[in-house]
Design a protein around this ligand. Structure first.
Ligand SMILES: [Zn+2]
Length: 82
């Protein structure tokens, strides 16, 4: 299940990647900018828990990456798409 994919409006690809080591769901973020430009996370960012991923998305927004407005609400609601 993914929450956003790369597009002209999104630098991020975020998806639910597993159960995680805690009881929190694991999420993974691939950043197109960072892969191409060797930025802060050229490797995928993986975290357990929705809050951790939302915090990560906010950091992308703060550094000026393109992130559609629906991403955080979808993460909060646990409503991704296939
Ligand atoms: Zn990221």
């Amino acid at each position: 299940m993914s929450y956003v994919r790369w597009s002209t409006k999104s630098d991020l690809y975020i998806y639910q990647s597993g159960e995680g080591e805690t009881d929190e769901t694991e999420h993974t973020c691939w950043s197109a900018q960072n892969v191409l430009l060797d930025g802060p996370h050229p490797e995928p960012f993986v975290c357990d828990g929705t809050e951790a991923m939302i915090e990560h998305v906010r950091a992308h927004i703060a550094q000026g990456d393109a992130v559609p407005k629906f991403v955080i609400p979808r993460l909060e609601a646990g409503q991704g798409f296939n």
